[in-house]
Design a protein around this ligand. Structure first.
Ligand SMILES: Cc1ncc(COP(=O)(O)O)c(C=O)c1O
Length: 375
């Protein structure tokens, strides 16, 4: 069996043809494909505005610049990729790390306790972890009751929805961000996007994406004006061409992810392996996370990872708690009480989950896992 990673892209010949077409065209960047891609994202998510950028981290950085100021306190999850809270540090904001619920998502009830006790908290950065959306009614309630800014990190959750509210629609938030890294639902190689329903935020994002630079029709032919300290976070036209082609397959990709999740769920019934949450069509299953109580088994998590790797199967742990990273510890973080995250870290890890995973490969993953765990 060839190596089976926990996630990878699905690229077909027609995706490649779309990229080649742009490579032969006059515009490799700042051309028409960028706006076409942004329009498709708006149509899909129901958001009014979209700004496509170089990657999801750039999307978080720009959104944070548009939404926050220095020393703003922001509630965020311990269970995410580094980029979510790093974007707060980029703009001088102050992350407050919050524990998770059973399903790996930030605990919004704990967030409310913080908001009740500290009216200087400015914002909440939530992640729809693994593709399973946060409760939109609760986000709406927190936003309205405590007058906070909300950013939804949707890097895991394109195509997910909660009670008819699509992830990325910003119905109950100020900005959402997406990532198009190869392990995500669709890919542009590297790539990301910000969606918003605020014209003001949108215009700021456009400015910041390209050096804070403006060129208007009344200017002399050579003139341009820098009005903000911006960046070059542009995405190329050939990356957008790939993204456009991938979008036409997104619904099928998600359907395939659902099928894979159902097969895993069924295989683990009556074993020591529990899915992180029962099957829900709300989730777009970027990750398939399982829970195993290693104290009851003859093998440690580390031994399991090694043995599965020897069997050519890539497991991954999403995530090491961000507040425990050396850099965050050097800033004084790491001692927060996060009992749910502690047990999540001991028990949970991700299995291979991607649309191109073949049935026989999934059967092999299941067989090896049950065999090695003796579960
Ligand atoms: C939750 C989350 N947010 C943000 C990012 C950053 O996205 P990118 O890798 O496109 O910069 C990632 C990437 O894995 C992620 O998982």
């Amino acid at each position: 069996m060839n190596f089976i990673p926990y996630g990878k892209q699905t690229i077909d010949d027609d995706d490649i043809d779309c990229v080649i077409e742009v490579l032969k065209s006059p515009f490799l960047t700042t051309g028409p494909k960028v706006q076409e891609f942004e329009k498709i994202i708006c149509n899909y998510t129901d958001a009014i505005y979209c700004v496509a950028v170089a990657n999801g981290t750039a999307a978080l950085h720009l959104a944070s610049l548009a939404l926050l100021g220095k020393d703003d306190k922001v509630l965020t999850t311990v269970n995410s990729f580094l980029a979510t809270s790093n974007s707060l540090l980029y703009v001088g904001a102050i992350p407050i790390f919050i524990d998770i619920c059973e399903d790996g998502n930030i605990d919004l009830d704990i967030c409310e306790e913080y908001l009740k006790n500290d009216n200087s908290i400015k914002a909440l950065y939530g992640v729809h972890f693994s593709g399973n959306p946060l409760n939109q009614n609760k986000l709406k309630y927190l936003r309205n009751t405590y007058n906070i800014i909300i950013l939804e990190d949707c890097a895991h959750s394109l195509g997910a929805s909660f009670d008819g509210v699509k992830v990325g629609s910003c119905k109950n938030s100020d900005c959402s961000i997406l990532s198009f890294h190869p392990v995500k639902h669709i890919t542009t190689g590297e790539g990301g996007a910000i969606t918003t329903n605020s014209k003001e935020v949108y215009e700021k994002l456009l400015l910041l994406r390209a050096h804070g630079m403006v060129k208007t029709p009344d200017m002399k032919p050579w003139e341009y004006e820098m009005r903000e300290l911006g960046f070059n976070y542009r995405i190329t036209d050939f990356a957008c061409a790939l993204g456009i082609s991938q979008f036409s397959k997104l619904d099928n990709f998600i359907k395939r992810r659902h099928d894979i999740a159902k097969i895993y769920d069924k295989a683990f019934l009556n074993t020591d392996i529990k899915p992180l949450y029962p099957f829900t069509p709300n989730s777009s299953y970027h990750l398939y996370v399982i829970k195993v109580d290693f104290t009851k088994l003859p093998i440690s998590k580390e031994e399991l990872f090694i043995k599965m790797k020897e069997a050519n199967i890539g497991l991954q742990l999403h995530y090491i708690p961000i507040n425990k990273q050396p850099y965050y510890k050097s800033l004084g973080y790491g001692n927060e009480s996060t009992p749910m995250m502690d047990s999540y870290y001991d028990e949970c890890f991700s299995l291979p989950m991607f649309p191109a995973l073949k049935d026989d490969e999934q059967a092999y993953v299941i067989k090896k896992l049950l065999e090695i765990l003796d579960a």
